[in-house]
Design a protein around this ligand. Structure first.
Ligand code: ZN
Ligand code: ZN
Length: 254
């Protein structure tokens, strides 16, 4: 059995064809998926999916790329995270690739999410792109280790992975590990112990080989598991078993 620890099935690319999305999950033995919130405006839809479908979980948070949404408060996040189907705070973090200029608001918002996670007792889903140093610094300053969580769609260095694992964070690999040119990332995946690892699609984006360039979906997480198995020289079943166990431990779901 597999779990897709990070997807956006509420996005229009997938929301209109959930029947076939769920069929492929079943066919590929993907037993559940975590649908990750990116704005508070969209959150009710994400929560609605988790309320409707027992194999879908939800998170609450505002993505660092969404500059245009109103400032989110910690109290708001804590309140929304109380819902039993909401298993995490995020996605949050820093993205210096998509946005440039004075990004102090992004760092402030990240701090707000970390504080909310600590207060609500739910783990963090952290997005970091070309901002590893600041991400780790803020995680340390805000005591993110007390909340725990996952570095999602990880593309940073081994040193960054190690620093996150030292704070008790899991490292999640996406379809990027299936790409031929992702040599450095494959090497990071080889070194991260399976016990510290999650797998994800980040669907509808980043479809793994052999579906690269198409719309991604949670069922395709099996190709990520395949790639991890061959990179680490372990069986596919073992990758499924351990990453599913890790998911359940981290997000406190049965
Ligand atoms: Zn992300
Ligand atoms: Zn995402």
């Amino acid at each position: 059995m597999l779990v897709d620890s990070h997807c956006h099935i509420d996005f229009p690319e997938l929301a209109d064809k959930l029947d076939s999305v769920f069929d492929l999950m079943r066919a590929n033995q993907v037993e559940r998926a975590l649908c990750v919130s990116v704005t508070l405006k969209d959150f009710p839809r994400v929560r609605g999916l988790a309320e409707t479908y027992p194999h879908i979980h939800a998170s609450v948070g505002v993505h660092p790329d969404h500059e245009d949404v109103a400032a989110v408060t910690g109290a708001e996040l804590v309140e929304l995270a109380r819902h039993p189907r909401v298993v995490a705070i995020g996605e949050t973090g820093l993205d210096y690739y998509r946005l440039k200029g004075d990004l102090e608001w992004q760092r402030e918002r990240f701090r707000t999410h970390i504080r909310a996670a600590r207060e609500s007792g739910k783990p963090l889903i952290i997005h970091t792109r070309e901002a590893a140093e600041d991400t780790l610094r803020i995680m340390r300053e805000e005591g993110a280790g007390k909340a725990g969580g996952v570095m999602h769609c990880f593309t940073e260095s081994w040193e960054a992975a190690q620093a996150a694992m030292d704070m008790g964070f899991y490292i999640s690999f996406s379809g990027i590990v299936t790409f031929k040119n992702a040599k450095a990332l494959k090497e990071v995946a080889r070194r991260v112990p399976l016990e510290n690892m999650l797998i994800e699609t980040d669907a509808p984006y980043l479809a793994p080989v052999p579906h690269r360039g198409k719309t991604n979906q949670p069922g395709y997480v099996r190709h990520v598991a395949d790639a991890i198995a061959s990179i680490k020289g372990v069986g596919f079943d073992r990758v499924g078993q351990v990453t599913t166990y890790n998911f359940k431990q981290l997000f406190n779901v049965i």
